[in-house]
Design a binder for this molecule. Structure first.
Ligand code: TXE
Length: 479
């Protein structure tokens, strides 16, 4: 199936007729072609967006809201089709795409369709000076949204929905590894009555198409989710051009387990926070620290549960772990398992590729638990982004806090305890943008979302996203 660019409401081949193979991770086969769009295609997308902007930015909030909610409803009506496409493109179990990815993409549009009707700006009365200030929140113009492969439609729409809700027009690029659902979104936008040119989707490699977006003189803001190295590169290019930047990057998140937690709840959630989406979520708790008094019990129970996870074809209902997203990514994750062995880690379970009958060339890997001798080893410091977690014991709050914070990343942290004082102290001191206590990945879309340190700059979610996608202009009137 060939994918086309979605520009000005129509579908187009890339102008240079350059195509990239699209792989199905469950069987390793090429099942379609993706445009490798050039500067010219990005320019065409920009022109369409620029032409649509005057009218879209003046569209009433009620009308914008109605269209966004319509997109959301159409995604829900097409749940099965989108879930199948996401699973085929990414390798994730279809059950996950149906329960999480596509419903969340629909929620993104519904949420920002509603949020824009509640978004207000400030007013400051300068008492004694007989002046009043009011702040306008004006759309920026044409903005760029670039997203990764792990939660393809979920993260793509998490950027697009607030951008267009705020009155901007968008040039967006999904990951070249998982372009399919972004392609299908174009049809839905047309059906929902989104005016031509408000959203334009160009496909292609980061180094060609992505680079053309970030370098574009008149694309005024970039919202990016992806790897930390790419984020640094984008900042280098876009910051001197004074573009607004939101960078949501990698993580190496601690999952800290105290003996006083609700054990069963912790255990089942920890299996999920370790291996959901084959461990390819920037929020996964990939470093598990366990209080020494329950360490041996946890180790035994956790490994037993992880061994029960079924690695299988993504289309099967009983599959817990599907295929990794690509061959190069599978190789990267396997390399880290080899590094763990070199670093004297012991593989408590997993560590091997899995062959699924009939799909022998798919990218399957056992969920892997590694006991590490210390926190400094590479597998505890570098983002692996696969079905691999490390475990090690700790003896005190201070010790675990120090280890939790001793990485370059700071996206999220999970804390399992019923001690209130400890909860307050550790939540204050953990270097992370998000702290979950006695839960994981519980999301309220109104909350600020993003990381500190090498996990990024800026916050997405709720009004934070609407603030990012608008410029504040203060007007001071003396009376
Ligand atoms: O990310 P990239 P990849 C991490 C994870 C993973 C690593 C690499 O560690 O192993 O990133 O994944 C586009 N100008 N995360 O290769 O390369 C690219 O085309 C403009 C964490 O997918 O950063 C894609 O659309 N754009 C993350 C997007 O950037 C460029 C989720 C992300 O690609 C570009 C996924 C350029 N020069 C991976 N180069 C998370 N935090 O959720 C690339 N791109």
């Amino acid at each position: 199936m060939n994918i086309q660019n979605y520009i000005n409401g129509n579908f187009h081949n890339p102008t240079n007729d350059d195509w990239i193979d699209n792989y199905n991770p469950s069987n390793g086969e090429v099942y379609g072609q993706i445009p490798n769009s050039t500067k010219e295609d990005v320019e065409n997308a920009y022109i369409a967006a620029k032409s649509a902007f005057p009218s879209w930015s003046q569209t009433t909030l009620e009308e914008r809201s109605r269209i966004l909610i319509k997109i959301s409803e159409l995604l829900e009506e097409n749940l099965q089709r989108f879930a199948e496409a996401e699973s085929k493109d990414n390798g994730k179990p279809i059950s996950l795409a149906k329960a999480v990815d596509i419903p969340r993409a629909a929620s993104n549009f519904r949420f920002f369709g509603n949020a824009i009707t509640q978004f207000a700006s400030e007013s400051h009365e300068s008492i004694g000076l007989q002046a009043i200030n009011y702040t306008l929140r004006q759309p920026i113009g044409v903005v760029g949204c670039i997203s990764p492969w792990n939660l393809p439609l979920y993260l793509f729409t998490w950027k697009i929905a607030p951008a267009i809700a705020a009155g901007n027009c968008v040039v967006a690029k999904p990951s070249e590894v998982t372009p399919m659902t972004a392609y299908l979104l174009g049809e839905i936008c047309n059906e929902a009555g989104l005016p031509k040119g408000v959203l334009n989707i160009v496909h292609g490699l980061g180094t060609t198409t992505g680079q053309a977006i970030i370098e574009h003189q008149d694309i005024k803001a970039i919202s990016f989710t992806g790897g930390t190295a790419t984020g640094a590169h984008i900042a280098k290019v876009a910051a001197p051009m004074f573009k607004k930047l939101s960078l949501e990057l990698g993580g190496k998140n601690p999952n800290i387990i105290f003996a006083d937690c609700d054990y069963e709840d912790m255990l089942s959630t920890t299996v999920r926070s370790s291996f959901a989406n084959q461990g390819q979520i920037c929020l996964c708790g990939s470093r598990i620290f366990v209080e020494a008094s329950i360490y041996e019990k946890f180790k035994k129970d956790f490994v037993e549960k992880v061994k029960q996870l079924k690695v299988g074809h993504p289309s099967k209902d009983d599959t817990n772990i599907g295929a990794l997203v690509s061959k190069p990514h599978l190789e990267k994750v396997k390399e880290y398992i080899a590094i763990a062995k070199d670093e004297h880690g012991s593989i408590l379970c997993g560590g091997n590729e899995v062959t699924i009958e009939g799909f022998e060339n798919g990218y399957y890997l056992e969920p892997t638990v590694i006991e590490v001798p210390n926190d400094d080893c590479r597998v505890n410091q570098e983002e692996i982004f696969g079905p691999v977690v490390t475990i090690m014991p700790f003896n005190s709050e201070d010790e675990v806090l120090q280890m939790a914070n001793k990485v370059k990343y700071g996206l999220s942290a999970t804390l399992w305890t019923n001690n209130l004082k400890r909860t307050m102290k550790m939540s204050n001191e953990l270097q992370a943008g998000i702290v979950w206590v006695n839960t994981w990945m519980m999301r309220d879309l109104r909350t600020p979302f993003g990381g500190v340190k090498a996990s990024g700059v800026g916050r997405e979610g709720g009004f934070e996203a609407l603030r990012f996608f608008t410029e504040a202009k203060n007007v001071c009137i003396k009376y």
